[in-house]
Ligand binder design. Sequence first.
Ligand code: BGC
Length: 379
Amino acid sequence: MKKIYFLLLLLSLISCENTKKKENMSLFKINKEFFGKTNDGAIVDQYTLKNSNGMEVSIISYGGIITSWKAKDRNGDYKDIVLGFTNLSDYETSSPYFGAIIGRYGNRIREGKFSLDGVEYNLAVNNGENHLHGGLKGFDKVIWDVKEEVNDKLASLILRYNSMDMEEGYPGNLDVKVTYTLTNDDELRVRYEADTDKKTVVNLTQHSYFNLSAGLSRDILSHQITIDADSYLPVDKTLIPTGELRDVEGTPFDFRESKRVGDDIYDKDTQLTFGNGYDHCWVLNKQGEGIRIVASAYDPVSGRLLEVYSDQPGIQFYSGNFLDGTLESKDGGKYEFRSGFCLETQHYPNSPNQESFPSVTLNPGEKYETETIFRFTTR
Ligand code: BGC
């Protein structure tokens, strides 16, 4: 009798242990909550992805916007390191693309015009004389259909949007899928997929503004940046690339070795004048070699290090030059001049009008598929 009793006790202990193990393994979570209603009454939810280390990324169905991203500093303190707003109406009315998915075309297209097979397409001119970030109602301002997936290794949010033929002037019905995946390596993987039923152009990106100090109003000039690029694309005064690939050697654009954003930003350089700082696309090295590290940003005070991996040919490094202290920050201050920076992996700006640039054309039957990873560690 005693033997049976001990056997039962042992079995129940083992099963308890297994349940505990399972619980520990599935520490990924997604919390869903109401975020707001758009101007036209659509409901927008916020999904917070959590890993078992403590990293949290909040994403809303409007624009696929990352509204908050908590990453640890070298003391293990988790703080929000992205610019954004606390309410939906600010995203609808005044956002400079904070945290959003950008499409169909991330960046500028000259005068909002391009041709495919002899047909000219006209897009909204919403940035001086040019088209920027997909137009008046780009992918940053639409409601995405959202599905959640959680298992022991990851938490994913799968966002889908069907962009109609001629929406914002772009040809073809474009089915878009963006998957955000948080892993236990403190990385957020962003996978973009799309297909079309008519020849079109596509260039998707993610527009998070980072401030790794977590002081969201502080300038980012002491962040140390690397960009694995031997050349960059000089622009005209409307920020359209001239077509030249210019060597970074001996210029303020050389980030092959880690350098503070503020080191050369005040140099007398026509390109810095045009951009009012850095607002350029770098021509990344190791193109065609798949996903590789392309850039990093380090904040020496908090110790946060962000590494960006991508399969894309270019990266727009934007030093927040249009932030001017008018927008209210999430932490009670204002978004001051250069209080956030973006590292937007993408194809080159105005590619549809520059034959020498890698193609952004998508044909029916082809699949647009690219990936970028944002990985956090501390030093
Ligand atoms: C562009 C900037 C622009 C910013 C916000 C960046 O991708 O390069 O020129 O001001 O987005 O719109």
